[in-house]
Design a protein around this ligand. Structure first.
Ligand SMILES: Cc1cc2nc3c(=O)[nH]c(=O)nc-3n(C[C@H](O)[C@H](O)[C@H](O)COP(=O)(O)O)c2cc1C
Length: 366
């Protein structure tokens, strides 16, 4: 049967992934309230379409931090993509490149920085950084990303420790023995996520390796370490967005980590407006979390995001059919976005204005 929407890819992925991997990919923190909210909040926003505005040609191209893109959707960093398909991060990154998107590689990848660079040389790639207690190891990762032609560092700031994902704890989540954290092979024996009696293997790894003493001072360290633009990922408040500006970041990704860290935080789309209002003129504001429809992309742009990212959706595409699966999934999403633009009376992205969306409560008053 043809896969015509993200939900179709998700359903098929559920049927092919084994339980350890499926639970790891789909789960959120706690009782998963925010996981559901990330999607529901988009549906509480109504589009106010405009008519008779010549939409014979639709142009979704955009320019983000020095990169020309075919459309404003990229692939968010997600760990351990070979759990979804043997093509792993390489297949996902190639698909992003072929779709004219950006691919963000996770620190916790099952293919190394260099392997992904070789597998997808023509893709615009950013590197997502977790800061390790071993600062020289962290610095080495930045140097390797620079050398491999990654174009920005995405510093994830919402994960000093990992959230409690109940199914991972129940499953004692671990990587099967044939997979490893490829960025640490030969550098550290710790590139292994193994069985842990008390918790999930990933949580045990993170608390032993990640530097939870991190503060904004360390952002200064990173900004001074590299000429690459620094984007902070995981911002949910105007206060932290203002600090990101103060500490020299080029952009922020409004994100709750796919609802995997702290439950009952707002949906990313709910947090977006206050952040755009505070720093939107100075920083590139982007968003991820719950994006599954073309109209979600439209709503985020109308509320001031310059670009959005998908995490799980790309994993579902990868699980369905490797690189080809991600390409098909991105094709479905792009078509859906173009149709939303056309039916809303927008030829180009700058035709999407803030008055084209409103909260559902506007209509509840009628
Ligand atoms: C399985 C999985 C692994 C993830 N791994 C990382 C990671 O290594 N680094 C990171 O910054 N974010 C990670 N994230 C968060 C994503 O980058 C992104 O914020 C989130 O998936 C967006 O929500 P969505 O899945 O609803 O699109 C992960 C998310 C998932 C689902």
């Amino acid at each position: 049967m043809a896969l015509v929407c993200v939900e179709d890819f998700e359903k098929k992925a559920h049927s092919v992934l084994e339980k350890n991997a499926l639970d790891y990919y789909r789960s959120g923190a706690g009782e998963q309230f925010t996981l559901q909210l990330n999607r529901d909040a988009f549906r509480r926003i109504r589009i106010r379409p405009r008519c008779l505005r010549d939409v014979s040609v639709i142009d979704t191209s955009c320019h983000i931090l020095g990169i020309d893109l075919r459309w404003p959707l990229g692939i968010a960093p997600s760990a351990m993509q070979k759990l979804a398909h043997p093509e792993g991060e390489g297949g996902n990154a190639r698909a992003a490149g072929n779709a004219g998107s950006i691919y963000i590689l996770s620190t916790l990848s099952t293919m190394s920085i260099e392997e992904v660079a070789a597998a997808a040389p023509n893709t615009n790639k950013w590197f997502q950084l977790y800061v390790y207690k071993d600062r020289s190891l962290t610095e080495q990762m930045v140097r390797r990303a620079e050398k491999a032609n990654f174009k920005a560092i995405v510093l994830t700031v919402d994960a000093p420790i990992f959230g409690q994902r109940r199914s991972d704890i129940r499953n004692k989540f671990n990587l099967p023995p044939h997979l490893h954290l490829a960025n640490f092979q030969g550098i550290k024996a710790d590139g292994v996520i193994s069985n842990n009696e008390a918790t999930s293997g990933i949580n045990a790894y993170v608390s032993s390796q990640f530097d939870s003493t991190l503060t904004w001072k360390d952002v200064t360290w990173l900004v001074n370490l590299t000429k690459l633009p620094i984007i902070v990922k995981g911002i949910l408040t105007r206060e932290d967005a203002v600090l990101a500006r103060e500490f020299g970041c080029a952009g922020v990704i409004v994100s709750n980590h796919g609802a995997r860290q702290i439950d009952t935080v707002p949906a990313s789309i709910e947090a977006l407006p206050e952040i755009v209002k505070a720093v939107g003129n100075d920083l590139v504001v982007m968003l991820d979390g719950g994006v599954t429809q073309g109209n979600d992309i439209f709503k985020a742009l109308a509320l001031g995001a310059k670009m959005v990212f998908v995490g799980r959706a790309a994993l579902w595409g990868l699980a369905c059919n490797g690189q080809k699966g991600v390409e098909d999934l991105l094709g479905v999403l792009k078509k859906d976005f173009e149709i939303t633009l056309g039916l809303s009376g927008c030829q180009r992205l700058h035709d999407i204005t803030s008055d084209m969306v409103t909260h559902e409560s506007t209509y509840a008053k009628l």
